[in-house]
Design a protein around this ligand. Structure first.
Ligand code: GZL
Length: 354
């Protein structure tokens, strides 16, 4: 193990990363040359394989990582964007192994297909931190730890919010004709959000009209919404598995003459979604076009940095680290949602908050 200076205090890193993000700094080129007196060999080298840049959430997640793994903080970051292809991530991990990085951080595009390449990293003695979505491997010693969201809980919280809303408005469950625009099939976010949806829709007796794949992108979300309208004209609620899909669905619905909103009994189409960090989606909530968003927090940079700091100090990292997330809405009708003993408060987004 290389002898290195103590990494910059964590509080400084957190403040710097927040300043970086709030200042809208453009990303410094990764793998930069010397900017401080830290010797190249003293830097902690982190290889980060990112899913892609499919959504606003992903871009904020990338910036959160780049904002902490800087030379000033004692790191050299090697960043690889996989453009949503698992083969690109596997190639990136192998290049990190060849370059003998100190840590590999992987945001896996899908859950399966990682055993071989993670075994190669383990044989090379390189700790692997999984971030955001999960990996489904035969031996969980193939990764050191995981940090991310409970996607099934996210799905159940949004469905619970809808159920409470429908009850308050006197809308009978069998008047609900709901469609699910899914995320990238096989990703933890899609698996969890779809399972949460399916379980709650059947518990509440809603009519599930369709599941269409939206790949977490706006363009595929538009295609999926068009398909749903063609085959299921009676759909009055659309469950979008991220904000990019929701913005696509709204465009298609409005182009077809529909009004997006929560007044289902007056013919409006309710839209619910996930993430909550997209400025356009937050504006759609403020305008009443999106009724509810399940928060999915992309700011993993400081969390992952503090894990590496612990490992550098010879401490152990907790195997599974879930981030706590809430709910956004255009109405204060439902102040909190409780499910499986977990209560989450609802934050109302208005024009003033934009
Ligand atoms: C969730 C993340 C998902 C986001 C989408 O943690 O994996 O991928 O919800 C993103 O916006 O594309």
């Amino acid at each position: 193990m290389k002898k290195r200076p103590v990494l910059k205090p964590l509080l400084t890193v957190m403040i710097m990363s927040l300043c970086y993000l709030s200042a809208g700094c453009s990303a410094r080129p990764i793998d930069t040359g010397p900017e401080s007196d830290i010797k190249e060999d003293d830097l902690v080298v982190v290889g980060f394989s990112q899913v892609g840049s499919e959504s606003y959430w992903r871009n904020v997640n990338t910036e959160s990582m780049k904002s902490v793994f800087t030379r000033e903080n004692g790191y050299r970051l090697i960043f690889e964007d996989a453009q949503q292809k698992q083969t690109n991530q596997i190639t990136a991990i192998r290049s990190f192994i060849q370059r003998e990085v100190d840590y590999i951080v992987l945001a896996p595009v899908v859950e399966t297909g990682w055993d071989t390449v993670l075994s190669e990293a383990k044989e090379a003695g390189i700790p692997v931190i999984i971030v955001d979505r999960k990996v489904d491997v035969s031996d969980d010693s193939l990764f050191t730890c995981w940090v991310g969201s409970d996607f099934e809980l996210e799905g159940k919280l949004v469905c619970m919010w809808m159920s409470k809303f429908f009850n308050l408005k006197g809308i009978d469950p069998n008047e609900i004709h709901i469609a699910d625009i899914q995320g990238t099939l096989g990703s933890s976010a899609q698996i969890g959000r779809t399972k949460g949806f399916d379980d709650m829709a059947s518990l509440y007796g809603w009519n599930v009209a369709a599941h269409e794949e939206g790949e977490f992108t706006k363009s595929k979300g538009k295609e999926a919404m068009s398909e749903i309208l063609k085959k299921h004209g009676n759909v009055n609620v659309v469950y979008c598995e991220n904000d990019s899909e929701a913005l696509g669905a709204i465009e298609v619905l409005e182009a077809s003459g529909r009004k997006c909103g929560s007044d289902i009994l007056k013919g409006e189409t309710m839209i619910v979604s996930f993430d909550g960090f997209n400025e356009d989606a937050r504006a759609a909530v403020a305008a009443g076009k999106i009724s509810c968003i399940g928060e999915c927090n992309p700011m993993h940079g400081p969390r992952v940095e503090s894990i590496i700091r612990k490992l550098e100090a010879g401490e152990k990292a907790e195997k599974y680290q879930y981030v706590t997330e809430g709910i956004f809405s255009d109405t204060d009708l439902i102040p909190t949602v409780m499910i499986s003993g977990q209560e989450r408060s609802v934050t109302v987004i208005t024009e003033r908050d934009l």
